[in-house]
Design a protein. Sequence first.
Length: 162
Amino acid sequence: MIPEYSKILYATDLTEHASSAFRHAVCVARSSKAKVYVLHVLPEVGVAVEAQLKAVMGDERFAKMEVEHEGEIAQKICLLIDEFIKDEWTVTSQEIDLVASIEVHHGDPAIEIINASKRLDVDVIVMGTHTKSSLRHAVLGSVAERVLHKSPCPVMIVPLPS
């Protein structure tokens, strides 16, 4: 029996090739009449960079700046995602309703994607993956691989053009 999906989590890094994975999410959504939940995760600032900024600015000022700018950044990214959706999708009034939400989170991308999939109770995650060198992959691992191994639901991995 072919699974019926009602909720799709589309995780994007907003790179120029992310539209390939988005097209797959749209295809699944259209065929299933599912809702698409769009997620972008801002990676954490490196520990060394954060320590340097705190040393220069002080802990309190750094924390205040983070809070102030995170909201601005999230708002700008939501606008970018909205433009991306309109550019990639032949939008009709019925189709625009398929996008249930656009969220921007801050943290480890794999963890945030897994957390969102559980919180939203999605049926499938759609995301792209970049080709990495085997050495880098062995040392760092990939977000897609980590999501695939920890996901509570099926994951559609779309290889992104190089």
